[in-house]
Design a protein around this ligand. Structure first.
Ligand code: MSP
Length: 640
């Protein structure tokens, strides 16, 4: 494990405005960087913009701006977006920065002196969109596979980089360092590409055709090919070769890119580094595409998703969570707003949000918001393996985060959240609270729950830094304490007894899109007579009963009705259910619990409240005991 961590995103072309795809890559880098700061690494996180080349000149012309004016304008859009998404990069590089341009010249000269660059006449099929020559083999039906346009035949003298000199070295390096390109599918893709002889790379453009670029140090009539210029940003940002930051951070460098730019990063870049005598990067992390309705996001299809709008509508932490949870790093994923709402409601509002408010509310109700001390004699019996589960969660999370398997890391955290919810059901604090003799048990249970939440607040920090801070404040932790340090998250009994907790807050309000309007209003519903007698039924009758899983969202006592609680239950849409469980259940403790509901029972008015369904419960001598599920499922799931 190294004590520095250097992470980069691609530098984005300024011919288009930032979209969901750019946001995803940059959030990935931010999450990885924050995770390494949990491990006390000194981090450096680089992003920026790629501003030279034909593409940019043409985009500037379209807007009737000079290239310089144009790149300044679009680069700013990227730079301004990142803080909005809580992205905390250390540096923002532009390829038009003079310091970068100097490093490009130095490296070109080094490679030239090394004898790996030669001058030759070339005729080939050139795609202006990609700014590169295509071989016959690479074209699809004679067209550029990315732009679906026919390339133009161009004949000119140019400088070439002798990549074939290093082909065997690269194959050997990748075989000896199997995780240098990950996930594995992309390493295999690069190796399979390297099975064919590598063609030399044209690294110049004559100034007669293009001036917007970095002049070759050894021929003033040419500018540098945009990829040769762009890749070097990863070095120039560290002040290569003399700045101490280069020696410090380069050995730990990891790049993040999507599969579209695997070839320049998996082949050109390692060979450029080798030729210039610079050590190879540590990892190239390659992810898939976000698709919209099965197709790639593109301006021409008009399906480009604006990350700023999503952040404004749903909040930045929720947006970040969705991206990290939904995409399996390396594979493509589909984006839809419905899916986003669904995740916010189920994972954030229900699972995490309800657990958090339930526990804090209980700490207030039973201990006036003061963290209880734990008596060792009762604690062990009451931990119910919670400390072990926490330890396992942190270990799984750590491994998954190291491997860029963000969705797996989050799944481990949510498994722990479910365990904590189960722990509440198993220990039933509201029952313990009824007897003075079980006071010590109650203290231990609430303490353990607060301790679990402390660990969760740290684990979610890289993905949801704002929510993590909010939780930290409401768990009464010292704001100066590095609450997310992984060493602290591996420890147990860190929460200080005696700490006064602030009042609970709602971490994630539920989002009611469409479903809210689908709920039938009281006036529309027929009132039915109370019906608590059940006649015998046949199997066919049973099939007519609509049994659903519901999540309790709100619960309150009904004034003057000793036995009744009024519950708001989420069954996909919300409805009110009146239930005779007031003497057995604390309303606050019900929030977030899953219950089984007879959903098609005729609505009934009870104490003036229209009850739109019934909770299943077993009734024994102590009264009703509500039926629950073995593990949480999506609200609204049918029982059969
Ligand atoms: N300028 C080059 C990179 C040079 S790096 C030395 C470039 N720029 S780009 O603006 O086209 O950005 C491409 C990158 O944007 C992808 O590799 C990926 O990180 C991100 N994405 C663009 N569209 C995307 C999706 N639809 N889905 C996921 N990521 C996407 O290439």
């Amino acid at each position: 494990m190294s004590d520095t961590f250097y992470i980069t995103t691609p530098i984005y072309y300024v011919n288009a405005r930032p979209h969901l795809g750019h946001a995803y890559t940059t959030i990935v880098a931010d999450v990885a960087c924050r995770f390494h700061s949990m491990k006390k690494s000194e981090t450096f996180f680089l992003t920026g913009t790629d501003e030279h080349g034909d593409k940019i000149v043409r985009a500037a012309k379209k807007e009737s701006l000079s290239p310089k004016h144009y790149v300044d304008k679009i680069s700013r859009l990227f730079r301004d977006l990142w803080p909005e998404l809580n992205i905390a990069h250390s540096a923002f590089i532009r390829t038009t920065d003079p310091a970068h341009m100097t490093v490009v010249e130095q490296i070109l000269q080094k490679i030239y002196d090394q004898g790996d660059i030669y001058f030759s006449e070339y005729e080939g099929q050139y795609c202006f969109g990609c700014e590169r020559f295509y071989t016959e083999r690479e074209l699809v039906n004679g067209k550029c596979p990315d732009h679906d346009t026919e390339p133009e035949i161009i004949r000119e003298s140019n400088y070439f980089f002798k990549m074939s000199n290093y082909q065997d070295w690269l194959i050997g390096y990748i075989n000896e360092h199997p995780d240098v390109i990950r996930p594995e599918r992309y390493r295999n893709e690069v190796l399979s590409f390297l099975k064919e002889p590598l063609e030399d790379l044209c690294i110049s453009r004559p100034k007669t055709r293009l001036q917007w670029g970095i002049t070759l140090p050894f021929d003033k009539d040419y500018v540098t090919y945009v990829w040769f210029d762009a890749l070097i940003n990863y070095l120039s940002a560290l002040g290569y070769p003399t700045d101490p930051r280069f020696d410090k951070f380069w050995p730990s460098v990891q790049h993040v890119v999507a599969k579209d730019i695997l070839k320049p990063h998996g082949i050109y870049w390692p060979i450029m580094l080798k030729s210039a005598g610079i050590p190879m990067y540590r990892h190239l992390n390659v992810h898939g595409y976000w698709n919209i309705d099965e197709s790639k996001m593109s301006k021409s299809l008009g399906n480009v998703v604006d990350p700023l709008e999503l952040k404004n509508d749903y909040g930045r932490d929720a947006f970040r969570y969705f991206l990290m949870r939904e995409m399996s790093f390396g594979l493509d994923a589909g984006f839809s707003e419905e899916q986003l709402v669904q995740r916010i409601n189920s994972d954030l509002a229900n699972d995490l949000g309800n657990l958090f408010s339930r526990v804090i509310a209980m700490a207030h109700k039973y201990f006036s918001g003061v963290v209880p001390a734990v008596d060792d004699t009762v604690e062990d019996n009451l931990k119910l393996g919670l400390q072990g589960v926490a330890g396992k969660t942190v270990a799984e999370y750590d491994m998954a985060m190291e491997a860029f398997a963000f969705n797996r890391a989050l799944m481990s955290v949510w498994e722990f959240i479910n365990q904590l919810n189960k722990y509440i059901d198993m220990t039933a604090p509201w029952v313990l609270a009824k007897k003075k003799s079980s006071r010590k048990e109650l203290e231990a249970v609430i303490y353990n729950l607060l301790e679990g939440l402390r660990i969760i607040s740290g684990l979610i920090y890289p993905v949801m830094p704002e929510t993590a801070r909010k939780m930290q404040t409401h768990l009464g932790m010292d704001p100066d304490m590095p609450f997310y340090a992984i060493s602290q998250l591996k420890a147990w009994r860190v929460t200080q007894p005696g700490t006064q907790l602030p009042k609970s807050i709602v971490l994630f309000p539920r989002i009611d899109k469409k479903s809210a309007s689908a709920a039938t209003s009281e006036a529309d519903r027929p009132t039915a007579a109370e019906n608590d007698e059940k006649p015998q039924i046949t199997l066919d009758d049973l099939a007519r009963v609509d049994l659903r899983v519901g999540t309790v969202v709100k619960a309150r006592a009904i004034p003057r009705a000793k036995k009744l609680l009024e519950l708001e239950v989420d069954l996909g849409s919300h409805r009110t259910i009146v239930s005779g469980i007031a003497q057995q259940y604390d309303p606050e403790a019900l929030i977030g619990r899953q219950v089984i509901v007879v959903a098609n029972l005729k609505p009934t008015k009870l104490m003036g409240v229209l009850s739109q369904g019934m909770l299943l419960a077993a009734v024994d001598d102590s009264g009703p005991v509500i039926a629950t599920l073995d593990r949480p499922v999506k609200a609204g799931t049918r029982l059969s």
